[in-house]
Design a protein around this ligand. Structure first.
Ligand SMILES: *Cc1c(COP(=O)(O)O)cnc(C)c1O
Length: 422
């Protein structure tokens, strides 16, 4: 698309956008003057679909009128409720239904999957992560290493960009994988780095890791609902993600996991067990021998929180109605490229974009580095109705999401930023 830095261009592009009506399906928070805020933190907490309330109210109503009978006789029976989300969630990440289940929260799932997929031995025990991985992932991974009585200093390999660069080159990641070869147990990266917005080449990383005999896992917190993913085809071993960022399930919403089909009957893998992962046919016989279900469902522990499932279902129905990730990423690329185009027109040395400029190496987020870590710029745009976020030491993150952000949002944001710089 050929971009222009005029308000008219932004307006016209919105008019031609086949997804523009999806904005009306969400509550947009208001400024004190009654205008919509410019909301660019869908990467942190997605907005509330207007239908979420009725989805949850349906379950409240069935609980009110049916009590325990709701497990079988609710409009959407609670016993199999999580299954109603499986296919849609599988579509979001490019997995098969047998490979996908909605359960728990993200860090919990990361631990559960590492119990099965991080099986260090004296020879093969190392884990590769991003140097600036999200803190919860760092804590989880370090604690797993210590749990197995290995030394974090020795076992943890942190990828760092080259000097004077901010993003990781795929060839360097592959080189690190090859260098550690036989001692490498696990590669555990984010699909999209939360700080820089860099999307990793998951296919190439998985291939390189498998070549040396390692297991490959991804944390897709910033990728699920943002990129078009093909976890099955890419041959990824396992993945986990949260659903309250791009997937709009509400604060602390229920998370998801992917376990590749080739592990679906690996019942010899050690796992922490609970009754919801037990074979469905015999679950209520309350036998004391654990018989895991095939596929991702076999990693479930508890009967799931129905209100959270209902909230996530409301949002997944919107993703489906919008034509899925392929369609959404088409708009996403235009929207983010438009923001990049307008930012580059500013020509002010106090700001620079650290997110890769190649659309194949990012999702919708742009990370704007502010010279001398000057937080006053962030405070000034916040004052003018922009909801973005500041990440220490020096980055403003903005994520225009295709479901509810418009080209006019992007135009207004850059205008405000520009005014605050002059
Ligand atoms: C958001 C995020 C988390 C948050 O973990 P919770 O268990 O949901 O609190 C963890 N890791 C990454 C990479 C994230 O982006």
């Amino acid at each position: 698309m050929h971009f222009e830095s005029t308000e008219k261009f932004a307006q016209q592009t919105d008019e031609q956008d086949s997804l523009r009506h999806f904005r009306e399906k969400f509550y947009i928070p208001k400024q004190s003057n009654g205008e919509d805020v410019l909301y660019f933190t869908g990467n942190s907490l997605g907005l509330q679909p207007k239908t979420t309330r009725e989805y949850i109210e349906q379950e409240l109503k069935d609980w009110e009128t049916l009590g325990v009978e709701g497990h079988f006789h609710a409009k959407n029976p609670w016993m199999p409720y999580h299954e109603f989300l499986t296919e849609q969630m599988a579509n979001i990440v490019g997995g098969k239904p047998i490979e996908t289940v909605v359960m728990n929260s993200l860090t919990v799932n990361l631990h559960l999957l590492m119990v099965s997929f991080y099986r260090p031995t004296a020879e093969r025990y190392k884990i590769i992560i991003e140097g600036d991985a999200f803190p919860s992932d760092q804590y989880a991974i370090k604690s797993q290493i210590e749990f197995h009585k290995f030394d974090v200093e020795d076992a943890l390999i942190e990828l760092k960009p080259r000097e004077n660069e901010t993003i990781l080159r795929t060839e360097e990641i592959v080189k690190t994988i090859e260098e550690n070869g036989d001692s490498l147990a696990l590669v555990m990266l984010g699909g999209v780095n939360y700080y820089t917005g860099q999307a990793f080449d998951m296919r190439a990383i998985t291939e390189a890791g498998h070549k040396v005999g390692a297991i490959i896992g991804f944390d897709l917190a910033h990728a699920a609902g943002n990129l078009e993913l093909k976890l099955h085809d890419w041959n990824v071993d396992f993945a986990c993600w949260c659903s309250y960022k791009y997937l709009n399930s509400g604060p602390g919403g229920i998370a998801g996991i992917f376990v590749h089909e080739r592990h679906s009957e690996s019942f010899d893998l050690p796992r922490f067990a609970g009754w919801w992962g037990h074979d469905k046919e015999s679950r209520f016989l309350m036998d004391d021998e654990f018989v895991p279900m095939k596929g991702a469902e076999g990693w479930q522990l508890s009967n799931p929180p129905i209100f959270q499932l209902a909230a996530l279902k409301a949002s997944l129905d919107i993703f489906e109605e919008a034509g899925g990730m392929k369609h959404l990423t088409e708009k996403s690329r235009e929207l983010t490229s438009y923001m990049e185009f307008l930012l580059n027109e500013i020509h002010d040395e106090r700001i620079s974009i650290i997110t890769p400029s190649n659309p194949n190496e990012r999702g919708c987020q742009l990370s704007i580095r502010v010279k001398n870590s000057d937080k006053s710029l962030f405070e000034a745009i916040t004052e003018k109705g922009v909801i973005a976020d500041w990440r220490e030491p020096d980055v403003i993150r903005v994520a225009p999401v295709p479901l509810y952000n418009s080209f006019m949002d992007v135009y207004k944001f850059v205008e405000i930023l520009n005014n605050c710089l002059t």
